[in-house]
Design a protein around this ligand. Structure first.
Ligand SMILES: *Cc1c(COP(=O)(O)O)cnc(C)c1O
Length: 376
């Protein structure tokens, strides 16, 4: 027997309390009982997303909400700016192109965060841009973008700012209304400590205006229908009842802990991980590391694929390798959601063992000791 440990940036471990809640009898969704839950969830989601605007819940993975943020805000031939710099930034460009939306690329070297000044320049060169798309945490590179500064630039124009906070929400700071972020998209299986299957989208007044004029095809993700139902604490179609029951418990847990404390917890685990891998003689990949996930360069001479595989198959710890061009070049350790100091120390201990098996010269306990020191 081997204990199964999820340390990848999604899906993340689900607290026992939440698992039990989701095992409850399924109730019908068009009942006062379920409507009361939805009403509760809608209020708490606004607190978590730090917005007064509605936050919609879809039965899809996070990408569904990303697609919703394209098909509802713009029309064929409209122009959008997409901050790239990783697999998920690129996804916004792919979705936009699939719908015939013109993409102005804001290219960022993978591992670096976007310079808000570059976004500002692109907006000046393209005054007809309808929306700017960026990730908060670019999960593929472990980078956090300066959304506050980007929002400052975008909110001074007619364009709306859409932020993919699928991995960033609850790990990296995001003050939606205060900073002027129009749309935030999220998913259930990362910082929200739920199984995969829910997507979220918050919508500002400015963005609601675009929803009215957007003519791209859509049906399930039509935000006009979502808005109408949301006003009555309802959903247009059958909601994922069990996941929403679990969500209600998760929101209680997060709000009880307090958003500041949730952020501090992620910061503490991320900081210890960064310092620990450096103590092992490894290098961070990200220039501006997120507190959701730490991306580490696979050292010279070590097989990156074998590292992640041995971690999973022999140590029972699922970490993530690199995606696309970073395959085999980095590994990623998450700090997302239901994780604590001992999950972090355990994963670091496994990394040390596997690195030494793969011929990297590391003294066992070097990184673990560093993390312990920081947790003292
Ligand atoms: C995980 C992730 C996604 C994709 O979410 P799915 O739930 O797999 O559709 C998109 N963006 C970011 C930043 C992510 O971390």
């Amino acid at each position: 027997m081997r204990k199964y440990r999820l340390m990848a940036p999604g899906p993340t471990p689900v607290p026992e309390k939440v698992l039990l809640k989701m095992a409850d009898t399924i109730i019908h969704h068009r009942t006062p009982q379920f409507q009361a839950v939805l009403k509760d969830v809608n209020i708490k989601l606004k607190k978590l997303f730090q917005t007064k605007n509605p936050v919609f819940v879809f039965a899809s993975s996070g990408t569904g909400a990303m697609e919703a943020s394209v098909v509802n805000l713009v029309s064929r031939g409209d122009k959008v700016i997409v901050v790239k710099g990783g697999k998920f930034g690129e996804r916004f460009a792919e979705i936009s192109s699939a719908y015939g939306v013109e993409v102005v690329d804001c290219d960022v070297e993978w591992g670096k965060s976007v310079d808000p000044e570059v976004v500002s320049e692109l907006l000046k060169e393209n005054p007809d841009v309808k929306a700017v798309y960026s990730t908060l945490c670019e999960t593929s590179t472990g980078v956090v973008n300066d959304i506050k500064a980007i929002a400052k630039v975008v909110s001074a124009t007619d364009a709306v700012l859409v932020v993919d906070a699928i991995s960033g929400l609850s790990a990296d700071e995001l003050k939606t209304d205060e900073w002027g972020v129009d749309v935030v998209v999220c998913g259930s299986q990362k910082g929200l400590m739920l199984p995969p299957g829910l997507a979220f989208l918050s919508l500002s007044r400015k963005a609601q205006k675009l929803v009215e004029s957007s003519s791209l095809p859509k049906y399930y993700f039509d935000l006009k229908a979502a808005l109408k139902a949301h006003a009555k604490d309802d959903t247009p179609y059958t909601p994922a009842v069990s996941l929403i029951m679990g969500l209600n418990t998760v929101l209680d847990m997060l709000l009880e802990e307090g958003l500041d404390n949730v952020l501090k917890r992620h910061a503490k685990l991320a900081n210890a991980t960064r310092e620990a891998v450096k103590a092992m003689g490894l290098e961070l990949f990200s220039e501006k590391p997120s507190n959701a996930v730490t991306a580490v360069k696979v050292p010279e001479g070590v097989d990156g694929g074998a590292l992640a595989k041995k971690m999973r198959d022999e140590q029972g710890v699922t970490i993530a390798g690199g995606q696309a061009a970073l395959k085999g070049k980095i590994f990623r350790l998450a700090h997302l959601g239901y994780m604590d100091e001992y999950d972090t120390i355990g994963a670091l201990a496994g990394i040390e063992i596997v690195l030494s098996q793969l011929g990297f010269d590391v003294r066992l306990g070097k990184g673990v000791g560093k993390a312990q020191e920081l947790f003292k």
